[in-house]
Write a protein that binds this ligand. Structure first.
Ligand code: AMP
Ligand code: GLY
Length: 444
């Protein structure tokens, strides 16, 4: 059933370059919902399957849901054969780090997403820091340590608060930005006491930087890249950027923090050298490089890399991208970006607000019916994230971040008004959201 909240799909012309007719998106979050929605709108695309998807997937026009888990590499391979898939887009980092893209490519499929080697950009902070240091990419000074004793010696020498990071994937919870030496010490001790499991058996200690944060995404074909407009996420749970870190409570794009010239500088100083350093290591990186930047008084500096789209930045950006997206991702997967049509980017302001379940980012309430939906609007999308559709066809909450309400307009005030108006029309028990998303760019 088409989602009445989604804009009517204009018949987009098939762009020049090769367009994949059948696409599989792997993952089940808001990011994958938005990717499925955007790819299904591309001219020439016949259908998109999203696996395992979520409660909103089947409502997206042109999208179908599969129930194969992202960890089931054999099952996904089989699904590709069954549906004659011509492009696989892997959404989350865990299957990339586990080698899903390698496995599918090994079977001859075109995959947008790096292999396990390239995914180290996100899966090992220590590896990523070494790459940055060697390639001269601006980032905070750091030390790595494999025991508490070693880390504590570094802390004693530095005698100032440091940022403590688990080396491995820790679902966004592996970082402590310590305010004092005592807090740094406590974070080190906790990590080596097993707080992050395997991910915390090696720590990266970093100098603390300051400045606003911005996310930049490069779609890469191994050698070349296309940049998307910069986006700003809101990581804290509370208004005024207070409280614990979350996966992200809302975003907006394009973030005026980086104008066109500054974005070009980031391309030259950060993204192109990163791709070149990967190539030097023999890594053919075909997927997204997500640079999380801090705009310090000395200039942009890399906080971290991710090997996938940001969430909720992806939901925010997808509605701005043109119908060439599918052809561009296929060209990245095939290593021939120069033959792809250029990606058009709508000159609009896009606003995204996340509706989370009570308790998020801690233990959340689940199983509450999600009711209501905003009236259909060409410039507003409701993407599902932590939701599921039960046998009774009712959509219920099933995760921390439940919905992403996204809207576009000529200015940010109007875009956020539209997004908040949309949120006022949906409801689930305990629904919470920040009312100040985009405060940086709103006048009212
Ligand atoms: P990460 O998971 O590496 O993105 O870190 C989570 C958050 O911690 C970032 O979004 C920053 O707000 C903060 N952070 C990480 N590294 C630093 C640093 N070196 N200096 C200041 N803040 C940092
Ligand atoms: N929005 C932050 C992330 O996806 O890591």
């Amino acid at each position: 059933m088409p989602d009445p909240a989604a804009p009517p799909t204009p018949p987009a012309p098939a762009p020049a370059g090769r367009t994949p007719r059948r696409i599989l998106v792997v993952g089940g979050g808001g990011r994958e919902n938005a990717l499925g929605w955007a790819l299904a709108r591309c001219g020439g695309v016949e259908a998109v399957w999203v696996s395992p998807g979520n409660g909103g997937t089947a409502e997206l026009e042109g999208c179908h849901q599969l129930s194969v888990a992202e960890t089931d590499h054999d099952g996904l391979l089989q699904a590709c054969a069954e549906h004659a898939i011509e492009l696989v887009v892997v959404g989350p980092e865990a299957p990339l780090a586990a080698g899903l893209a390698d496995r599918l490519r090994g079977a001859g499929l075109a995959v947008f997403g790096p292999g396990a080697d390239g995914a180290l950009l996100e899966a090992s902070k220590r590896w990523a820091k070494a790459l940055m240091r060697e390639a001269g990419i601006p980032t905070a000074g750091h030390w790595s340590a494999t025991s508490a004793a070693e880390a504590l010696v570094i802390l004693e020498q530095q005698n100032r608060p440091l940022v403590v990071k688990a080396d491995g994937l820790a679902a966004g919870k592996g970082v402590t930005v310590a305010e004092s030496v005592a807090e740094t010490r406590a974070a080190i001790e906790e990590a080596f006491a097993g707080r992050f499991g395997e991910a915390g058996t090696c720590l990266v200690l970093e100098e603390r930087m300051s400045g606003p944060e911005v996310s930049v995404f490069a779609l890469c074909d191994g050698e070349r890249m296309v940049l998307l407009p910069p986006a700003q996420d809101h990581k804290r749970i509370g208004e005024g950027d207070t409280g614990p870190n979350t996966g992200g409570m809302g975003a907006y794009a394009p973030a005026p923090l980086l104008d066109a010239a500054a974005l070009e500088a980031v391309r030259r100083q950060v993204l192109e050298p990163t791709l070149a350093a990967l190539r030097q290591r023999g890594i053919d990186y075909r997927g997204v490089i997500y640079a999380g930047l801090m705009l310090t008084p000395e200039g942009p500096s890399v906080i971290e890399y991710n090997c996938r789209f940001g969430d909720p930045e992806c939901e925010t950006l997808m509605p701005l991208l043109g119908p060439e997206l599918a052809a561009v991702l296929l060209a990245c997967a095939e290593g021939c970006l120069e033959a792809a049509p250029s990606l058009t980017i709508a000159p609009h302001c896009s606003a995204c607000v996340i509706a989370a379940a009570a308790g998020y980012p801690g233990t959340v309430r689940q199983g509450d019916p999600i009711e209501g939906r905003p009236a259909a609007d060409q410039h507003r999308q409701l993407f599902h994230a932590g939701s599921r559709r039960d046998a009774d066809d009712l959509c219920r909450t099933s995760g921390g971040r439940v919905l992403a309400m996204v809207a576009q307009a000529d200015d940010f005030d109007t875009a956020f008004e539209l997004a908040y108006d949309g949120l006022a029309q949906v409801h689930f028990e305990g629904m919470t959201f920040r009312r100040d998303i985009g405060h940086q760019v709103r006048q009212r």
